[in-house]
Design a protein around this ligand. Structure first.
Ligand SMILES: C[S@@+](CC[C@H](N)C(=O)[O-])C[C@H]1O[C@@H](n2cnc3c(N)ncnc32)[C@H](O)[C@@H]1O
Length: 258
């Protein structure tokens, strides 16, 4: 029987470091208590989780996340502090780290293409900033959006994006796609030159597209857009930050929806 990476299934008695080394290249690093908490809550498959202080991590679970405490008891293996430091790029204050199985592209595409859709898909058109992408995935998770699609070269599962997303990649569908392959639904592209968003109720099956931090919406995406919408902004201000634009737009959708 094979495990997530095609190797043997890991058991609770296995050496966590051996499992870590076997999966580290292909799995998603969950860096810190909160990332692991979110991933577990939203059903991530977590073959290995370590901590330099198990008692402290379980005390945090008691205090902040009693719903996942039992899972933490099963999952968390204590390792020496020096060893923990070798596993992560930057030690996290909670000294918790885990590896999760990245959902298959096929599963993510199925979730994104499913109709009828009751919540929007967010599209980031050629985003450049990994922190922005993570913040947007966190927003999409918070608003219950169907997913976040990126176009261009940025990998939305890059470790820095996952860190910014606080483990919430597992609460929504996250994939990279070509503009030509975007999920179905009316495409609303956000641009300072568009019509005022306040005059419009966004439908639940909307595809909400946002431009790159550097150059805004691509020609290709503009050509596909059904509507161009703007967020209110006083004269002489050029634009908002990408993630804050997504926040305002999802909030606007939610006001007409919940
Ligand atoms: C930092 S802005 C891009 C600025 C870029 N220099 C440009 O030429 O558009 C990133 C994205 O946020 C969204 N955005 C920012 N401010 C906006 C506004 N006032 N109305 C609508 N969308 C906005 C747009 O989708 C924009 O492409």
């Amino acid at each position: 029987m094979n495990g997530p990476a095609g190797g043997p299934v890991d058991g609770p008695g296995d050496d966590p470091l051996r499992v870590w080394r076997r999966l580290a290249d292909t799995a998603v690093l969950l860096d810190g208590f909160h990332a692991l908490k979110h991933a577990v809550r939203f059903g991530a498959e977590v073959p290995v989780a370590v901590t330099a202080d198990r008692a402290a991590a379980l005390a945090l679970a008691d205090e902040l996340a009693p719903d996942v405490r039992d899972r933490f008891v099963d999952l968390l293996r204590e390792i020496p502090e020096e060893t923990y430091r070798t596993l992560v790029p930057r030690p996290h204050p909670t000294a918790v780290a885990a590896l999760a199985v990245r959902p298959s592209r096929a599963a993510q595409l199925t979730a994104l293409a499913r109709t009828p859709r009751t919540t929007p898909v967010v599209v980031l058109d050629n985003p450049r900033n990994l922190g922005n992408a993570g913040a947007v995935i966190r927003l999409a998770a918070g608003f219950g959006a169907t997913g976040v699609v990126t176009t261009g070269t940025l990998d939305p599962w890059h470790p820095t994006v996952v860190r910014g997303g606080a483990g919430l990649h597992f609460a929504t569908a996250v994939e990279r796609l070509e503009v030509a392959d975007l999920p179905p639904g009316p495409l609303f592209a956000l641009d300072p030159e568009g019509d005022d968003i306040r005059g419009l109720k966004l439908p639940d099956d909307a595809v909400l597209a946002f431009g790159s931090e550097r150059s805004g919406l691509s020609t290709e995406l503009r050509a596909r857009a059904d509507h161009l919408l703007s967020l209110p902004m006083r004269p002489q201000v050029s634009s908002y930050n990408l993630a804050t634009s997504v926040a305002m737009t999802l909030y606007h959708w939610s006001m007409g929806s919940f």
